[in-house]
Design a protein around this ligand. Sequence first.
Ligand code: 13P
Length: 285
Amino acid sequence: MMRRSLIAGNWKMNGDRAMTAQWCARVARELGREYAADGVGKVAAAGGVADAGGAYFANANDDDAAEIAVCPPHILISAAVDALAGSCVGVGAQDLDANESGAFTGQTSARMLADGGCRYVIVGHSERRALYHESDQSAAQKAHTARAAGLCAILCVGETRAERDAGDTEKVLARQLDAFLDALCGDAPGYSAAPAGVVAYEPVWAIGSGRAATPQQAQAAHHFLRARIAARDARVAAQCRILYGGSVSGGNAAELLAQPDIDGALVGGASLKADDFLAICGAAS
Ligand code: 13P
């Protein structure tokens, strides 16, 4: 089956209101403003796109068009949602709390994110695992809560350089993925209506390094992840989008996205500049 590409920007702890306004105006103008009735961000006919960059999406009103999302810091989400209203670009968050509400100072719930206009949320990013002690179980719990609130959870998995060198890549990916699969393949009542989950393979050694995994390295990891999902549920495996993340740029996006099991990209540094991000979106359409 055809999986629709997803290109998502993760701004991490970068940006401010002025940057958000400029970025959103530029990206919305470039990608067209019509919003598909199915709510998944289909890029509409590029009517009104007068400048040269419109060529990125010259044929964008067909089903080949990529789904596009941006995940700013929490404080900038509402500005992004307002600035991107009516555009094809969805907004997501970079983290959430697994609890529904209550005495959790500083935290943000899935319902708050959905209420604030988010459609996506990243969980288990390697920076949260390394710096804030995120476990496989808490990432999975967050994904579960996110999906129950109608958000698309993007679970990040990926090995460190030391783990790769020790030959442990698949062991690490399997461990990180398995808890999530309980949430993804679970059949609790109402779950069929939950948005499909997304997995992002982000080798820690490639993140922020300027050196992405080779398309072959990435494809091997993606293939492994899809096979592991298939062992649980072949239908979920066929539908689940697996994004690559780690130094994706306008220069390497096309060859990464050409791999059969790479269904999009989670873009850090290169998502901060609208033009760089648009070049990656262009490579996906
Ligand atoms: P870079 O694209 O800056 O390597 O970051 C990748 C990433 O961590 C996205 O979540």
